[in-house]
Design a binder for this molecule. Structure first.
Ligand code: ADQ
Length: 495
């Protein structure tokens, strides 16, 4: 039986799965790790004065997690620096916000190397390694340098940028070249995959093999589209739970005689929050009869507050929400309820269900799971309407939503008006089609398809599992010492 090793910047295995606060991704990966005797490896979120290179092993509700602490300088340069000030804005087409300093790039390389050095001694020949997201792009190269020949896959949760933007990044070629040490690179959408291919073919003179494979830098890598989704059954259960139902009742009562429009997003400039508020303001200007009849509940937890651009957008949103409320509010009505807090999954489900319109309007987004959660939470007999940005990865599958250009206030205003007046039959028809997509892209399907592709199995073949990886790995790997997680030597010393 092969083991699965998941690597991501932060380990989100829930300490208590019953708490209902963990997202579908965390649940789906945790379930796979329990099944395959796996390890979830990443940064502990803690800083130390000096790099120790020690992996702390913990059990979190049956999932083995391996955690490393980072030095404060690592966090500044790798996490706040290269990951969040360089790659995140660049990958979301915000070249105006992209900052590059040589120390960020050096910190990024150093931390990836350190992660590889800590993980390598724990890897057995038949392990399958699945690395997540833009924080960890060069890690396969560093593992290969340490002699790891196992199957290593990468999944990018963000968009991939256009070639014209990517070449603004110093050392862009080095970054892409390092990706050819993966066996499989997964994207949410065909668009992101095509942009990656375009860079490889046009900028790096690589070749496509017609089966999703790319040859470049003297190596071969497989690419594929794996649209992520939510844990549908888990989400429906959360919606039906006592707290989910109670939250629905409270929100429905608080929206009595009014239509609620809901937005739920991490506070991030990629989510199009300013543009959304301006579009909603336009709607109030265009439709004076609707004032007092609708309100926007915008739930936006603060994120990455150590980064200047996040502090800036937070201040601008506070001011904008205040201005719109000041201009339009009445004694018993505020047009916007703007909240900087998180809610449990069951509460969110109740909030979504009580709203007439779901406003999901990012300027650019890898997928966007809120769009899928909103659909899953609806009442099939009286569903709300999803307004979705055409620049969210989700738009590639969810064409039955009202697709909008989030930069256009007029378009947002018209879409809100259309959603609020859409006849029941049309709402049901659209919702049925969207719910079908949500079910077909369930997070467990995403996970299983990716892992099957990584071990070289046809994605449509349901009978093939991680066991296949052992045959693959054994034919290519050097034998390594047999260790179990429990007996792991907790240091970065390599054998
Ligand atoms: P994110 O940018 O974080 O993820 P998204 O896909 O929208 O974005 O997921 C956000 C999650 O956070 C949702 O499950 C949502 O319910 C939850 N959330 C948001 N606001 C919340 C609140 N106030 N309280 C509680 N929960 C809240 C990245 C990429 C996305 C990609 C995902 C998964 O940027 O494009 O879809 O990874 O690959």
């Amino acid at each position: 039986m092969s083991r699965l090793i998941v690597v991501s910047n932060r380990v989100s295995a829930p300490a208590d799965p019953a708490a209902g606060s963990a997202g579908g991704l965390a649940m789906a990966l945790s379930a796979a790790l329990r099944k395959y005797d796996g390890l979830w490896f990443g940064w502990s979120g803690e800083t130390t004065d000096h790099w120790t290179g020690e992996m702390k092993i913990e059990d979190r509700a049956g999932v083995t997690v391996g955690l490393v602490d980072l030095e404060a300088q690592d966090v500044d340069e790798y996490y706040n620096g290269y990951a969040n000030k360089t790659l995140w804005p660049l990958f979301h087409h915000r070249v105006d916000l992209t900052q590059y300093e040589r120390s960020y790039g050096e910190g990024y390389e150093r931390v990836n190397r350190r992660f590889a050095e800590v993980l390598a001694p724990a890897i057995q020949p038949d392990d399958v390694i699945w690395i997540h997201d833009y924080h960890m792009i060069p890690m396969a190269r560093d593992l290969r340098r340490l002699g790891i020949t196992n199957r290593i896959g990468f999944f990018l949760h963000t968009p991939w940028p256009t070639r014209q933007l990517l070449v603004t990044l110093p050392h862009h070629r080095r970054l892409v070249e390092s990706m050819f040490d993966f066996d499989l690179i997964g994207f949410h959408t065909r668009e992101w995959m095509d942009l990656f291919t375009d860079y490889v073919v046009t900028e790096a003179r690589g070749e496509v093999d017609g089966r999703g494979g790319l040859d470049c830098f003297g190596r071969h890598v497989q690419t594929g589209v794996f649209p992520i989704g939510i844990d549908v059954d888990g989400f429906l259960e959360a919606r039906r739970s006592t707290l989910g139902t109670r939250t629905y009742d409270r929100m429905a009562a608080s929206a009595l005689f009014r239509s609620m429009i809901v937005g739920v997003d991490r506070l991030d400039y990629s989510k199009g929050l300013e543009e959304r508020l301006l579009g909603y303001e336009q709607f109030l200007q265009d439709n004076p009869d609707q004032r007092g009849e609708v309100f926007l509940l915008q739930v936006t937890p603060i994120s990455r507050d150590d980064v200047d651009s996040y502090q800036d957008i937070r201040a601008r949103l506070d001011a904008l929400a205040g201005r719109i409320n000041g201009a339009f509010a009445d004694m018993d009505w505020a047009p916007i309820r703007y909240l900087n807090r998180t809610y449990r999954r069951d509460q969110l489900a109740g909030i979504y269900r009580a709203s007439r319109v779901g406003l999901v309007t990012p300027l650019r987004d890898g997928m966007n799971l809120v769009a899928k959660e909103y659909v899953a939470a609806q009442n099939p007999d009286d569903p709300g309407v999803l307004i979705l940005s055409r620049f969210a990865g989700a738009a590639e599958q969810m064409g039955e939503a009202l697709l909008v250009n989030p930069y256009s206030r007029e378009e947002l205003s018209e879409a809100i008006q259309k959603a609020l007046t859409m006849p029941l039959a049309e709402r049901i028809r659209k919702w049925t089609a969207l719910m079908d997509v949500v079910r077909k892209t369930d997070v467990a399907i995403w996970r299983d398809n990716y892992v099957k592709a990584l071990v070289g199995a046809p994605v449509s073949d349901d009978g093939v599992t991680l066991e296949r990886a052992r045959e693959q790995a054994q034919s290519t790997s050097k034998p390594r010492s047999k260790v179990r997680w429990a007996g792991l030597k907790l240091s970065s010393e390599r054998t």
